[in-house]
Design a protein around this ligand. Structure first.
Ligand code: ASP
Length: 471
C-alpha cells in the first residue's frame, strides 16, 4: 500500500490507508490507546483497540512512546459531531489501527515537542536543532521561508531576470564588515574571502550584458550579533538591472513585494500604498531614525508598513570602528563605494563632498532596514574621484583593477538592491530574531552548539596550508 499524508485521510472515510510518522502524544484510556501521529503535513489521531490489531502489533503497543517513528495501517473513520477536534486539520476523522510497525525507537527528547509554550533555552534548542525543528512553529517558519523564496524566484523569472550563482570562494569585498577568510593550500600565504555580498560580481554581470540578475545569495559577515543582524551567514535577495533609473528599481521592488503579500499573506494589510518615500534628512528630523516604524498600530501583527528612504548623503563621517577596507580616514561611503552621486551634486564633490547626495535607496519595513541598494557609478572618472575622497591609496585602488578594467569595455548604466531574506520572513512571521527563520543558525556568539563548530583542525591540515598557530 502507498503511504498517504495524514491530512489526506479526511477524504478517505471508510477506506483502508497507510500512514507514517512520529508519535506526537500517547494517551492511555484503559484498554484503548490514542496515538497522535505527526508527519510534516499534520497530526492524525490513531485509535488503538487490541481486538482490531493483528497479533504482532498487539505485542508492541505497550512499548510505543512519544517520538517513535511508526507505520500504521488502518481504516479511516468519521468522528461524530461531538468528537470533532476543530484544532486539527484532520479533526473530523480518526484512524482505527489494524497493523502497527515501529520503524524507529526514540529516546525521551531533552525538551517537549508537543508543548510549544514550554520552550527550552536557546542553547539547548540549538544543540538539538533537529528536534527543535519538529515544533509546529519552527516547521511553519521553514514552510513559509520556502514559499516566499519560491514566489520571489518565480516572480523575477516572469520579469525576465536570470538567476546566476556567483563564487563563494571570493576576494575580500568592501561592504564594511569583517571578512571570513579561507586559506589557500595551492597558493600558500594567500586567502580567499567569503563574500559579504556579491556586489562586484553582480555589477560585472551587468558589464557582461546579463541585464537582469538575481540570486538568493549567501552572504558572510564576521560581525558581532545585534537583534537584526546574524553573525556568520545570511541570505539576500540580491538583484541588479541594467538601463534602469532609481524610479524603475523602486517600482519593480514595490510591485514584487506588494503582490507577494497579497498572494501569500492575504490576512496582512499594507499601511500605505504606494509606499511612502522619505528623504533621509526628513526621516532623521521627524523620526530620529533612517528606518522609522510607520505602522499605525504597532500591536497589530498583520500590519506591514513599507517605506523607501532616499536622498542619502553619499558620504558619512567615519568613526574608528568603521575603518575597514573601503572606509576612508575622515569619511566613508554611506552605502558602498559604487554608489552614484546625484548628477546635480557632482560639483559638490570638489567643494563640500559631505553635502553631496546619492542614488542610494533603503527599503524599510516596520522599523527594520530590509535592504539597501543604489544606482551605481558606471563612469570610472567619477569612481576614481570617490576613491580619492575616501582616502584610497594607490595600493587599495590596485585591488580593484579588474573592476576598473571591466568598465573600459562598455558598461551599461545599472543599479539594484538586496533585501535580506531572513529579515523579511522574520517580520512576516512576527518572530523576534533571525535565528527562528534559519534551519541551522549560529548562536549570537557565532557558534554552532550542535556540530560544535568552529572547531580545531589537525596539525596535518594546518601544515598543508602552511599555517602555524600562535601560542
Ligand atoms: N550589496 C549591497 C548590500 O549588501 C546591496 C546593494 O547595493 O545591492 O547591502
Amino acid at each position: 500500500m502507498k503511504r498517504i499524508k495524514t491530512t489526506e485521510t479526511v477524504n478517505k472515510i471508510e477506506e483502508k490507508v497507510l500512514v507514517k510518522g512520529w508519535v506526537h502524544v500517547r494517551r492511555n484510556m484503559g484498554k484503548i490507546v490514542f496515538l497522535d501521529l505527526r508527519d510534516r503535513w499534520g497530526i492524525l489521531q490513531v485509535v488503538v483497540v487490541p481486538s482490531e490489531l493483528d497479533e504482532a502489533s498487539q505485542e508492541l503497543v505497550k512499548d510505543i512512546r512519544p517520538e517513535f517513528v511508526l507505520s500504521v495501517e488502518g481504516v479511516v473513520q468519521a468522528r461524530g459531531e461531538k468528537q470533532t477536534n476543530k484544532d486539527l486539520a484532520t479533526g473530523t476523522v480518526e484512524l482505527l489501527a489494524n497493523k502497527i510497525e515501529i520503524l524507529a525507537e526514540a529516546e525521551t527528547p531533552p525538551f517537549e515537542i508537543e508543548n510549544e509554550d514550554r520552550q527550552a533555552n536557546e542553547e539547548l534548542r540549538m544543540k538539538y536543532r533537529y528536534l527543535d525543528l519538529r515544533h509546529e512553529r519552527m516547521k511553519n517558519n521553514m514552510v513559509v521561508r520556502d514559499k516566499v523564496i519560491s514566489y520571489l524566484r518565480n516572480w523575477l523569472h516572469k520579469e525576465d531576470f536570470l538567476e546566476i550563482q556567483t563564487p563563494i570562494l571570493s576576494k575580500s569585498t568592501p561592504e564594511g564588515a569583517r571578512d571570513y577568510l579561507v586559506p589557500s593550500r595551492v597558493h600558500k600565504g594567500k586567502f580567499f574571502a567569503l563574500p559579504q555580498a556579491p556586489q562586484q560580481y553582480k555589477q560585472l554581470l551587468m558589464v557582461a550584458g546579463m541585464e537582469r540578475y538575481f540570486q538568493i545569495a549567501p552572504c558572510f559577515r564576521d560581525e558581532d550579533a545585534r537583534a537584526d543582524r546574524s553573525p556568520g551567514e545570511f541570505y539576500q535577495l540580491d538583484m541588479e538591472m541594467s538601463f534602469v533609473s532609481q524610479e524603475d528599481i523602486l517600482q519593480l521592488v514595490e510591485k514584487m513585494f506588494t503582490e507577494m503579500v497579497k498572494e501569500l499573506f492575504p490576512e496582512k494589510k499594507i499601511t500605505q500604498e504606494p509606499w511612502p518615500r522619505l528623504n533621509y534628512e526628513e526621516a532623521i528630523k521627524k523620526y530620529n531614525s533612517d528606518k522609522p516604524d510607520l505602522r499605525k498600530d504597532k500591536n497589530d501583527p498583520n500590519e506591514l508598513a513599507f517605506a523607501w528612504v532616499v536622498n542619502f548623503p553619499l558620504f558619512t563621517p567615519q568613526t574608528e570602528e568603521d575603518k575597514f577596507h573601503g572606509a576612508g580616514d575622515t569619511m566613508g561611503p554611506t552605502h558602498n563605494m559604487f554608489t552614484m552621486v546625484k548628477e546635480e551634486d557632482v560639483e559638490l564633490l570638489d567643494k563640500e563632498p559631505l553635502k553631496a547626495r546619492s542614488y542610494q535607496h533603503d527599503l524599510v519595513l516596520n522599523g527594520f532596514e530590509l535592504g539597501g541598494g543604489a544606482v551605481r557609478i558606471h563612469d570610472m572618472k567619477i569612481q576614481e574621484k570617490i576613491w580619492d575622497l575616501i582616502g584610497f591609496t594607490d595600493k587599495q585602488k590596485q585591488e580593484f583593477k579588474h573592476y576598473f578594467e571591466a568598465f573600459k569595455y562598455g558598461a551599461p548604466p545599472h543599479g539594484g538592491i538586496a533585501p535580506g531574506i531572513e529579515r523579511l520572513i522574520m517580520i512576516l512571521q512576527n518572530e523576534k530574531n533571525l535565528r527562528e527563520i534559519t534551519a541551522f543558525p549560529l548562536t549570537s556568539d557565532a557558534r554552532d552548539p550542535m556540530m560544535e563548530s568552529p572547531s580545531e583542525v589537525s596539525k596535518e591540515q594546518l601544515d598543508e596550508l602552511g599555517i602555524e598557530m600562535k601560542k
